[in-house]
Design a protein around this ligand. Structure first.
Ligand SMILES: Nc1ncnc2c1ncn2[C@@H]1O[C@H](COP(=O)(O)OP(=O)(O)OP(=O)(O)O)[C@@H](O)[C@H]1O
Length: 592
């Protein structure tokens, strides 16, 4: 239980300013509601019996009321109930909106944290993890942790006021009831809350695992179907989901256990309290104690039950609150965050060359450099092919050239400007075409302009499509407004790839970085695309990672990487002379 309060306290240190005082005010207000509720009920009790027997009403402190006041007392009770209802509705309306604002605020912060995370950290997070961190963690924290805990003061007050009545009426019975009920509550807290906590952790862990596997399956659907792995995945997903669903079943089961346990405890209470009173003052004392305990117990038990239910829910969802705290604390302390370099210089308007000098790169936490001593110069308007065996560091080098990662040491310059000083402007002028272009379910134009809104320039979209030899898409159906379907389902693989090229061309890039971008195309389409690129040569610089040597035969410069070092650099023929392995590959490809 202590850890729940500690988590709540820590949560307020990361929620927006004023959240804590609002929460305290809200909890007090729900407490007042509980008092109003008790007051109205007490009035009913005091009024109903005299009304039924025709006797005058007697109120505490005010004494015997005159006959003509009866109607006003009844009106007062009705008003009190209506007031309580209105107050409760208004209070909860405002509170739920306020907590939704906190949820939005935290979600935005966490998403900002994700977008500011270092490239290395970000690229390791799965879709399921991003969704969990940014969306579901705070939603669960709100509904399952913060709100239930806010109900505790009100219910505790109800309990205390009922106990107070008992103390006034019969202190001895009140003492026994208090000790007995405290022991029952402590037992429930210990047993139920702990199990809820464990169930909450299991639910989060295994539900997340199942979601991750399902996303991975969708990504590799074709291979999965071909290898007949759907059943296997079904089994693995089901195994994880069965732990998660069992955990969720436990959470809801543990949520209802207190109700029945407290009801049984009430019966036990009659025996204990009645027995103790009997030993003290005989049968009549036992009868009075039991009826008093029954009267107050029926108010105390639901309150205790509600408190316990709040703790059960909080325990089950504490793990999400802890996630939120950890992520926001990391975000504020800058852990794993790569501060965006603010540009401190102007990117040259007509740059002449990109120069790398003694560039080293090491992934965070890795023992060795992935790139060492990489130096070369690419004149703008020329073409560079990066080749080398698998794992030699080609993609890592591409990330550096794109301005996504920053060298551990060494210098990357565009003319005289250090790349890190003009990073943002640079990223805007680099077009990137990956091996498999990721299209989203929106229009062709939105995919080309890479926007989820409608603020694209239609003429530029059409121009980019034409340059990528994809003008036909602009002419069919709804033209550039036509949707491409989920992951580009309604257009062919070759068209998807050319759409990626059009996307890269849309920003009018200085440099086009292609990561095996034409490898998915058939020879005829590849030739057309290569042809269209040739048309751009001199205007745009091409940097290409290539395995198929035929595609880079005409490149101005070839850079051969092996284990992060450059073994050969020059024209295709020069690298053939410098690197025997490259010669062998060129021979095998029939290029020599
Ligand atoms: N995020 C990462 N963290 C740690 N090491 C990494 C990370 N990404 C890549 N590496 C390591 O860096 C090395 C170079 O990887 P890289 O992907 O750059 O090679 P590559 O030449 O592009 O390979 P391929 O041709 O197979 O795509 C590899 O040893 C790889 O294991």
């Amino acid at each position: 239980m202590k850890s729940i309060w500690t988590t709540l306290r820590k949560l307020f240190t990361v929620l927006p300013e004023g959240a804590k005082s609002y929460y305290v005010r809200y909890s007090i207000a729900t407490g007042l509601l509980a008092i109003l509720d008790t007051l109205a009920l007490a009035l009913i009790v005091l009024v109903v019996t005299p009304l039924a027997s025709g006797k005058p009403i007697e109120l505490p402190l005010l004494g015997v009321m005159p006959q003509n006041a009866t109607i006003w007392i009844v009106v007062a009770i009705c008003v009190l109930f209506i007031l309580k209802g209105v107050f409760a509705v208004v209070l909860h309306w405002f509170a739920t909106r306020r907590f939704a604002r906190y949820e939005l605020y935290v979600g935005d912060q966490l998403f900002r944290g994700y977008t500011r995370a270092s490239w290395e950290k970000r690229s390791q997070m799965s879709t399921a993890e991003v969704t969990r961190v940014v969306d579901s963690s705070m939603a669960n924290t709100n509904i399952g942790f913060i709100l239930p805990l806010s109900q505790i003061p009100g219910n505790a007050l109800t309990f205390v006021s009922a106990l107070a009545v008992l103390v006034v009426a019969q202190p001895f019975t009140a003492l026994i009831a208090f000790v007995y009920l405290s022991l029952v509550s402590a037992f429930m807290l210990f047993v139920v809350s702990r199990r809820s906590q464990r169930a909450g952790r299991n639910n989060r862990k295994y539900a997340y695992r199942a979601a991750t596997i399902m996303t991975e399956m969708v990504d590799a659907l074709k291979e999965v179907v071909l290898r007949d792995k759907l059943d296997e995945i079904g089994r693995v997903v089901s195994k994880n989901r069965s732990v998660a669903t069992r955990a969720r079943a436990n959470i809801s089961f543990l949520g209802i256990v207190p109700k029945y346990a407290f009801e049984s405890a009430l019966i036990g209470g009659f025996l204990i309290i009645g027995g103790a009173a009997y030993l003290r003052g005989g049968f009549s004392e036992a009868l009075v104690a039991i009826s008093l305990f029954a009267a107050s117990g029926f108010r105390m038990m639901p309150a205790m039950n509600a408190v316990q239910a709040s703790f059960t829910s909080a325990a089950a969802n504490q793990v999400y609150a802890q996630d939120v705290i950890r992520e926001l604390t990391d975000l504020r302390s800058g852990t794993g965050i790569q501060e965006e370099h603010q540009d401190v210089a102007e990117l040259p308007t007509g740059p002449q060359s990109l120069t790398l000098e003694n560039v080293h790169f090491r992934y965070p936490g890795a023992a060795d450099d992935v790139l060492s001593n990489v130096s070369f110069k690419v004149p703008f308007g020329s073409s560079l092919a990066i080749v080398g065996p698998s794992g030699s560091g080609k993609s890592t080098l591409i990330d550096l050239l794109l301005g996504l990662s920053v060298p551990t040491s060494g210098s990357m310059r565009i003319d005289g400007a250090e790349l890190r000083d003009v990073m943002r402007q640079w990223r805007n002028r680099v077009g990137y075409v990956p091996q498999r272009v990721a299209l989203f379910d929106a229009s062709i134009a939105q995919n080309v302009a890479l926007t989820w809104e409608s603020d694209y320039d239609s003429e530029r979209v059409i121009h980019a499509l034409q340059r990528a030899h994809l003008g036909e898409l602009a002419d069919r159906g709804a033209g550039i407004e036509e949707r491409v379907g989920e992951r580009g389902a309604s257009i062919s693989g070759g068209q998807q790839q050319r759409l990626g090229i059009a996307r890269a061309l849309y920003s009018d890039p200085f440099v086009m970085v292609m990561d095996e971008a034409t490898s998915a195309l058939d020879t005829a389409t590849e030739n057309r695309v290569t042809e269209s690129m040739r048309e751009l040569q001199g205007e745009v610089t091409f940097i290409t990672v290539a395995h198929r040597l035929a595609t880079i035969r005409e490149y101005d410069q070839v850079c051969y990487l092996d284990r992060g070092e450059i073994l050969g650099n020059g024209t295709f023929e020069e690298v053939v002379e410098q690197v025997p392995e490259f010669r062998l590959q060129a021979e095998l490809a029939g290029l020599l």
